[in-house]
Design a protein around this ligand. Structure first.
Ligand code: ADP
Length: 446
């Protein structure tokens, strides 16, 4: 097993990884920008190294600085968390070339899944149901118009290297395909440095359902059931729940098995997520995330299994510690992403935390790097806490969530806690009657 792990991230996920390491007897190295000198991940880690100025490009994305920090401190592995360098195939390769383990998939898997066209091809080859669309990249306006005609409007034009919900254009009518194709290619080029786009059938009212898998790269893989992440604003997840409240056991079993088998067939190593749109009883693969997800705790709660610890064991060369029979789902879990933002305008609200009180009690987990006296810097993602509740069933989880939200206190800045409070009291939410568009209209009208 590793003796020392460098955590190439910040905020709550850096703490999450630190906690898994400590429970495994591994010491930790935090890296941080000058804006994060007083951050909780720096305070808790066994060692810390400042890797650059506030801008992420010069610190958390600064590969030479991170590698130097790892070498200087004698770390034998690097965990990238999510965001930043987590899905950078080059980084994964360079880490391994420097004789350290990358706690994640192989750089080849990251590269394949990072190219969404290649990812869909890989899925078709392993029997995963894929959203109808172009086979491969769309090269020209003529191609775009022919393919869209074959699929049938509406369609969505997406960037092959896209991410974070950016670079997508919905096209309702044939008359608009030329403009959409050109705009999407241009935006893909300027945002992702790759003009390649592809076309998919646009689903009008799907839910976003994703399956958590873990493979050991030695032929073994399991699924840990699914999460429903339909509640999104601007393609960003806001609240997630596990299991998906509208799936029956047979459907759940079927899609989970397909994903676990695909993971084994690809000989995939580490944790990963198959994201699907789910409409009228059918699953359509959209992408695979090759990292730990923000919402992984709800899966940990229903499966009573530490995903991050398993990633670490596997990166150290161990075989998967569980078989599919060992994975038993119990109860229901919900996660609220609490952002330092105005709950109405969503304007970022960095600044000094004057008071902080985290809720507690049975079935309540708070993953956060907040503390009273901490100053949230304005340079990074606004996620500051994840409130995760677990109950014997969905109703109990909702009651617990309402109770916990009421107990949670963060003063000095604005947070999205009031938005979550409105959401838990909404009858459509209570009835699990929502799709991927529902939250946008809820936000506008509530
Ligand atoms: P990204 O990597 O940028 O997050 P995704 O392919 O995962 O892109 O899509 C992000 C979100 O965009 C999905 O969760 C869904 O809300 C919407 N979306 C993507 N593809 C489609 C589609 N074919 N039809 C309808 N909505 C889609």
């Amino acid at each position: 097993m590793f003796k020392k792990v460098l955590i190439a991230n910040r905020g709550e996920i850096a703490l999450r990884i630190h906690r898994a390491c400590k429970e495994m007897g591994i010491s930790t190295v935090a890296v941080h920008s000058t804006a994060d000198s007083y951050a909780m991940h720096v305070r808790l880690a066994d060692e810390s190294v400042c890797i650059g100025p506030p801008s992420a490009a010069e610190s958390y994305l600064n590969v030479p600085a991170i590698l130097s920090a790892a070498t200087l401190t004698g770390a034998d592995a690097i965990h990238p968390g999510y965001g930043f360098l987590s899905e950078n195939a080059n980084f994964a390769r360079i880490v391994e070339e420097h004789g350290m383990a990358f706690i994640g998939p192989t750089s080849d898997s990251i590269a394949t899944m990072g190219d969404k066209v290649a990812a869909k091809d890989a899925m078709r080859a392993t029997g995963v149901p894929v959203v109808p669309g172009s086979l491969g990249a769309v090269e020209s306006v003529a191609d775009a118009s022919r393919i869209a005609g074959e699929i049938g409007y509406p369609v969505i034009v997406k960037a092959a290297s896209g991410g974070g919900g950016r670079g997508m254009k919905v096209v309702e009518h044939e008359a608009d395909i030329e403009t959409a194709f050109k705009m999407a290619s241009r935006e893909a080029e300027s945002n992702f440095g790759d003009a390649t786009v592809y076309i998919e059938k646009y689903l009008a009212h799907p839910r976003h359902v994703e399956v958590q898998v873990i493979g050991d790269g030695q032929g073994n893989a399991v699924h840990l059931f699914e999460r429903d992440c339909s509640l999104q604003r601007k393609h960003q997840k806001v609240l997630e729940e596990a299991p998906c409240p509208v799936l029956d056991d047979a459907t759940r079993e079927k899609i989970g098995t397909i994903c676990a088998e695909a993971t084994a067939k690809m000989n995939y190593r580490s944790a990963g997520t198959f994201e699907f749109l789910y409409e009228n009883g059918e699953f359509f693969f959209i992408e695979m995330n090759t990292r730990v997800q923000v919402e992984h705790p709800i899966t940990e709660m229903i499966c009573n299994f530490d995903i991050v610890a398993e990633m670490i064991r596997i990166a150290a060369g161990a075989k998967l510690s569980i078989t599919q029979e060992d994975v038993v789902m119990e109860g229901h879990a919900i996660e609220c992403r609490i952002n330092a933002e105005d709950p109405v305008s969503f304007a970022p609200s960095p600044g000094l935390i004057e008071e902080y009180h985290a809720p507690g009690g049975l079935g309540v987990r708070v993953d956060s790097a907040l503390y009273a006296g901490y100053r949230i810097p304005p340079y990074y993602d606004s996620l500051v806490a994840k409130l995760i509740v677990h109950g014997r069933n969905r109703d109990e989880a909702i009651m617990r969530l309402r109770r916990s939200l009421g107990e949670m206190a963060v003063s000095g800045i604005s947070t999205t806690i009031p938005l979550h409070q409105r959401l838990v009291d909404n009858p459509s939410f209570a009835a699990a009657d929502y799709d991927i568009h529902w939250l946008e209209s809820f936000v506008e009208t509530s």
